[in-house]
Design a protein around this ligand. Structure first.
Ligand SMILES: [Zn+2]
Length: 128
């Protein structure tokens, strides 16, 4: 009998030689991982979100500022997609913040936004 490794966790599988996974939870992990990375719509949206984040990160890093007021159209020119974000929060019920991971912005007026870095404590999303 040849030793086979679980496709999800890499541990050796005991038992039938046609098994690919230790158990159902390994099978589910593997499929979820495969699915989320290979599904084009998921990948495309992740790319947009990552690009949004990168644009905000680079802007703030280049000016060495924690907050930066910038025209919406400047962001759009850089390839920013305002309709994609990971979180929408309004801590004081007035200002609305839109985050792309740990970078975000809030509206100043129709033409301008304030780009910011998220200073909140990082939440553990894995428990949701
Ligand atoms: Zn396994």
């Amino acid at each position: 009998m040849t030793d086979k490794k679980c496709l999800a966790c890499d541990r050796l599988i005991k038992g039938r030689s046609d098994k690919k996974f230790c158990d159902d939870s390994c099978r589910n992990n593997y499929n979820n991982r495969l699915y989320s990375y290979s599904l084009p719509v998921v990948r495309n949206i992740n790319n947009i979100l990552r690009k949004n984040r990168r644009i905000l990160e680079e802007l703030l890093a280049s000016r060495k500022k924690k907050i930066l007021v910038i025209e919406r159209k400047k962001l759009v020119e850089k390839g920013f997609h305002f309709e994609y974000f990971t979180e929408q929060i309004h801590p004081d019920n007035k200002k609305e913040y839109y985050y792309c991971y740990d970078y975000g912005y809030r509206s100043i007026d129709n033409d301008r936004v304030a780009a910011i870095k998220d200073t909140r404590k990082v939440k553990d999303y894995s428990k949701h």
